[in-house]
Design a protein around this ligand. Structure first.
Ligand code: 26Q
Length: 817
């Protein structure tokens, strides 16, 4: 344990204020009389960043001195959200800042609200990477994140006339949280040719030459741990034209335009985050991004290793690299190239450097690249991929002689037209451990996409690490009042570092006063969300109604369509009732939020239907407060921090077997909301932990999905659930606008085999919602269920998750601080 003055902070509020004033007057060059909220945000951030960077420097020194194994987390996405609130809380100076800002005439919430989200990610996978950075720093691991510094993060979503419109997210205007390192650059090569030649030591090696070069520039983002002096580094690479590439010949001969065009082409590599979530669209620029980032990161990792003066056989004792999905798989190939071509070492495949985390079994999300594309862009890498495949297939052949079907099935090269490189297979072959992100998912990958690889490599290579979330952001920061109430019962804030301490809450379930405070906090969070809804959509929602929330990327497998059909069913049911019966019904607010990939037409139709249903239901005088349908624009991390604490019930209703884990399910329960969900992903383990009496499960099981799909496909038109048929009739009768707009959605169920089993699950979904209404009537019991659930959520901290990776995959110990 350490005391606060062992790491950098503020002596008191006056000290903080002085720093803010200094930054306003000097760094920002403004007068104090001209200090608005935006300037106060900038100056507060600069004051905190000064502290962060000191801790950051000390941490780097400590890590260099300790010279222990480091973990490198390679992810194309880091969905960080806001940094100021997080820095204030993790450093432990939010109270000081609050008082200081108040004296300067500001409310801290307004100042925090000025910050633009760092939204370098799509959804679950990117946010998981951000939670992991928080945990790795908090647990004092020598850890680095490596990613791309996109100029444009995930697009901003506007809803115009019920349709999604995408607006670019230019977020770098003022970003105090990054430090450009113009001295840390790596030149990255593309295209060109390979020939055999001699290296400096006279050894025959492959030489990759020609083509073009783009320079990677490092930008460092300090990531502070909670209540520790450890501040780790997230290094993001930005692309720019290599200095030699800015063609002075062209420039001097007056071909200014084409020389500027070269410049822009280089900068395009890190210009924009691909907005697809769980979909691979085989674009050349995407592979360029992948190689650019992977090559720069590996160069950096190898440079750091070599500085320690060790010999290469110690590399695996010093370096562990985790691949966040297949996006960084080229790192396996690039390391091989460095070792063999650059360092002149022998081919050695037995190293345990790479771990690969799989996040999906959906076939459309598994990355494949045309062989011809890789050959053109990275000619030497394609050779190495072929070599890796050859060695691998030879070993399979000797293990299973004569099984040519097996060889075809597991080959890294798919013999299709055109031939494709299967990145997931390359990742499996090149990694020493492969993990899924929840138990069901980890089991499924072993019996489906990687079945043959289990036969070849054995069970031990495949493992599970159930996802987790950081309780610092997702409880302490998002829900300060609940966090404080919990702390008062479980012995202070220690539980934020050992989430299993939450179990002490169970002693207080029968404490009426405690339950009352608990309920008051939930209500206050709902009031806050209701105000936000009023101010953005001008719709009045009753905070006493049951808030039913589904916020996540829009995807057919996540089944927002099931939810909105359920809402329509509820609306039709209410309409059919007499006024007396209506009065007995549980008032509800159905809240949706989430982005659709810009090219995902069906997902956009779903958004459109939700909005159209809202505009009919919300102004129906028969319905009033009994039902409101809200679509919140531009769901992102900072909105999640407001929405999640305000939920009574959240929906995690994917077709069984399709959602690898889900992580918002954990955040909702941690904030005292209950779940309606399918037996999918981490819902299953949440149920095991909190007890099945505290969750509303429904729907078919994963093991039955295949058979049902087959049964549907074999029929011309399959029989649809009668309640769902009524819903379809209402839509087709024009109740929610032009029925043509929703033909594809309906016909997916009716005519195309209902791949996501919406009809199969409809009745049990509706019934389960009725059970929810009934349970909600008994508020005392409902609140008890919430408290018990929170008490049993200790398992889902990303700290537990990181410790499992550290022990089972990375073989790394935390740094003694
Ligand atoms: C692939 C190729 C080309 C372009 C884009 C992509 C791409 C991008 C993002 C593929 C997949 C993703 C994102 C996947 C994702 O977010 N998966 C989610 O990961 C979470 C963390 O493990 C899980 O909780 C979710 O269940 C899973 O859907």
């Amino acid at each position: 344990a350490w005391t606060k003055n062992e790491f950098s902070g503020f002596k008191n509020k006056d000290d903080f204020e002085r720093e803010v004033v200094r930054h306003v007057e000097t760094t920002l060059a403004r007068s104090l009389y001209n200090c608005d909220q935006s300037a106060a945000y900038s100056a507060s951030s600069l004051a905190f960043r000064d502290r962060l960077i000191k801790d950051w420097n000390k941490t780097q020194q400590r890590q260099t001195f300790a010279d222990q194994k480091r973990i490198y987390y390679l992810s194309l996405e880091f969905l960080m959200g806001r940094a100021l609130d997080n820095a204030m809380l993790n450093l432990g100076f939010k109270d000081v800042a609050k008082e200081g800002l108040a004296e300067l005439g500001f409310q801290i919430e307004d100042i925090i609200g000025q910050e633009h989200d760092a939204a370098l990610g799509n959804g679950g996978l990117g946010r998981l990477a951000a939670c992991f950075l928080d945990s790795m720093a908090t647990l004092n691991f020598s850890a680095w994140g490596y990613g791309l510094r996109y100029r444009y993060g995930i697009f901003k979503q506007e809803i115009i006339d019920g349709y999604q419109v995408e607006v670019p997210d230019y977020w770098l205007d003022f970003n105090p949280w990054e430090f450009p390192r113009h001295d840390v650059t790596v030149d990255i090569q593309f295209y060109g040719n390979v020939r055999k030649g001699e290296n400096e030591n006279g050894k025959t090696v492959s030489i990759w030459e020609g083509g073009e070069t783009v320079t990677a520039v490092a930008y460092d983002v300090p990531t502070p741990g909670y209540d520790t002096p450890s501040t780790n580094n997230l290094r993001l690479w930005s692309s720019k034209a290599a200095s030699g590439e800015f063609d002075f010949q062209k420039f001097n001969s007056g071909d200014y335009e084409s020389s500027v065009a070269d410049q822009q082409r280089a900068e395009t590599i890190s210009a924009v985050l691909y907005p697809n979530d769980n979909l691979d669209r085989g674009k050349e620029l995407r592979v360029k991004q992948q190689y650019f980032w992977v090559a720069a990161s590996l160069y950096d990792i190898v440079r750091r290793f070599k500085k320690s003066g060790r010999s290469w056989n110690e590399f695996p004792d010093q370096v562990a690299i985790q691949l966040n999905d297949t996006h960084p798989t080229l790192a396996i190939v690039e390391l091989q190239r460095i070792l063999v071509d650059v360092e002149g070492l022998e081919w050695d495949e037995a190293w345990s450097i790479f771990g690969y985390t799989n996040h999906t079994v959906l076939p459309e999300a598994l990355e494949k690249w045309p062989v011809g594309l890789i050959e053109h862009l990275l000619p030497r890498h394609l050779q190495i991929i072929y070599d890796i495949n050859l060695f691998f297939l030879q070993s399979v052949e000797s293990q299973f002689p004569g099984d040519s079907d097996l060889l075809t099935r597991v080959s890294i090269i798919e013999e299709s037209q055109p031939k494709m490189v299967r990145m997931a297979y390359l990742a499996v072959v090149g990694s020493h451990k492969v993990n899924g992100v929840a138990e069901l998912h980890s089991d499924l990958i072993k019996t489906t996409i990687f079945k043959d690889f289990v036969t070849i490599f054995g069970e031990d290579k495949f493992t599970n690490v159930t996802n987790g979330v950081t309780p610092r952001r997702w409880l302490h920061q998002a829900n300060p009042r609940l966090s404080e109430l919990i702390a008062s019962k479980v012995g202070g804030n220690e539980y934020l570092k050992d989430l299993t301490l939450l179990n002490k809450l169970e002693l207080f379930v029968d404490d009426k006063e405690f339950r009352k405070e608990w309920a008051e906090i939930k209500y206050a969070n709902k009031v806050r969300l209701a105000k936000y809804i009023k101010s953005t959509l001008n719709i009045n929602v009753n905070p006493a109604a049951l808030f039913d929330v589904q916020v996540k990327r829009i995807h057919e497998y996540k089944r927002q369509q099931l939810n909105i059909y359920g809402v329509i069913h509820r609306y039709l049911t209410l309409k059919a009732m007499g006024p007396e019966e209506r009065k007995k019904q549980q008032p509800r607010v159905s809240i949706f939020g989430g982005k659709a990939a810009p090219g995902y037409w069906m997902a956009k139709q779903i958004i459109h239907l939700i909005n159209n249903v809202g505009s009919v239901v919300n102004k129906d005088p028969d319905i009033g407060d009994l039902l409101k349908v809200i679509f919140l624009e531009d769901y992102n991390v900072s909105k999640a921090e407001m929405i999640i604490p305000a939920s009574d019930l959240s929906e995690h209703i994917s077709t069984a077997g399709t959602e690898a884990s889900g992580t918002s399910n954990m955040k909702f329960v941690l904030n005292g909301g209950l779940i309606i969900g399918t037996c999918d992903g981490a819902n299953i383990e949440i149920t095991r932990e909190i007890g099945q009496e505290n969750i509303f499960l429904f729907g078919v099981l994963s093991e039955d999905v295949e058979d049902l799909r087959h049964a549907h496909a074999s029929k011309e038109q399959h029989v649809i659930d009668p309640a769902l048929t009524k819903v379809f009739e209402a839509i087709q009768g024009g109740m929610f606008g032009n029925p043509q707009d929703f033909n594809a959605m309906i016909s997916a169920v009716r005519d195309h085999g209902d791949f996501y089993l919406v009809s199969d699950d409809f009745q049990s979904y509706i019934d389960t919602h009725s059970s929810v209404d009934e349970a909600y009537r008994n508020q005392e019991e409902w609140v008890s269920m919430c408290i018990r659930s929170v008490a049993r959520m200790g398992f889902f901290s990303s700290d537990r998750c990181i410790n499992e990776y550290a022990e089972g995959i990375w073989n790394i110990e935390p740094l003694a601080v």
